[in-house]
Write a protein that binds this ligand. Structure first.
Ligand code: PAF
Length: 302
């Protein structure tokens, strides 16, 4: 990588040497130089944006990228603009050492770990904001106002900082994935967006950084969210009206100890209420269990 490599750090200077070494860039200029170098060699570059605290689900995104490209860049940036005032920004687990070891083993070529000032030169509050209409106002957008503006803003910024040809996002955050697909089209950003399937624990619980907030007892109950969505998908596929199936799932979740935010059948493309024109449909659920807010979604067979 020549000059570009010289500008990359081997981890951070204060960090112990990892088992497998991984190049870490803190600056946009270094990551751009590395990518320019690869692209000049005719290599295809993929990008997996993350907020760290990585689990097998994130690593499967790296594998999905690896299948499509020659070099994979992963970013770790806990994005302040997507957390609401009473949300878990400060408490969000920062596990850089384990993350970088896992990424090196998973085949990541370059880790981009910028500081807040690198991503937001005018500060998080002063930054230019991206708003994606309609798709961002529903489901999680209704209960987390401003959340998807923060996601859209940082993703556009990251796409500009990391000029990759392909970016991979998990279907677990399906609404986020649709918003990113939409903004890329709307703003003519030259990057292919790939959605990768949700990775689940053996009992069906979708893998998530937030599962770490569950107590042992709550962890036993948590797969019920997935089961409730499976039940809605089965009923709606069998011809039951969506509102009845949603209500039954909501009640079942409440009885199991959840505080549901929503259980909703929506068009998979427009995330609007289901009508024959917006098939195929998906079922979406978000519910609190103790301190953890769990989300999940499933396709409804047509
Ligand atoms: O899905 C996430 O981890 C985040 O929302 C993302 C896409 C990295 C933006 O901060």
């Amino acid at each position: 990588m020549g000059r570009a490599r010289d500008k990359l750090l081997r981890r951070t200077p204060d960090e112990p040497v990892s088992r497998i070494q991984l190049d870490v860039a803190r600056r946009m200029v270094a990551v751009r130089e590395a990518i320019a170098h690869w692209r000049a060699e005719g290599l295809r570059v993929g990008f997996v944006p993350t907020m760290g605290n990585l689990h097998a689900g994130h690593l499967s995104l790296v594998s999905a990228a690896r299948e499509r490209v020659d070099r994979v860049v992963v970013s770790i940036f806990v994005n302040p603009t997507q957390f609401g005032e009473n949300e878990d920004f400060d408490a969000y687990p920062r596990t850089f050492r384990e993350d970088s070891d896992n990424l090196a083993a998973a085949g990541c070529d370059l880790l981009f770990a910028p500081a807040v000032e690198e991503v937001y030169p005018y500060g998080p509050a002063g930054t230019t904001r991206i708003t994606v209409p309609a798709l961002a106002d529903t489901l999680c957008g209704e209960v987390r106002p401003g959340h998807f503006d923060g996601v859209a803003t940082v993703v556009v910024r990251l796409f500009n900082m990391v000029p990759a040809q392909v970016a991979v996002f998990g279907e677990k955050d399906y609404q986020q994935l649709q918003i990113i697909r939409r903004l890329v089209k709307d703003l003519a950003i030259p990057i292919e967006i790939v959605g990768a399937p949700t990775l689940r624990e053996a009992d069906g619980l979708a893998m998530s950084s937030r599962n770490a907030y569950l107590s042992v007892e709550e962890r036993d109950v948590a797969p019920r969210l997935h089961q409730a969505l499976q039940d809605v998908a089965r009923r709606v596929a069998g011809g039951e009206p969506a509102p009845a199936a949603e209500k039954a799932a909501w009640q079942g979740l409440q009885q199991a100890g959840f505080r549901p935010d929503y259980v909703a059948v929506r068009g998979a493309g427009d995330l609007a209420v289901p009508v024959p024109e917006n098939r195929p449909w998906r079922v979406f659920g978000a519910a609190w269990l103790g301190q953890a807010r769990l989300i999940d979604n499933l396709p409804i067979p047509d």
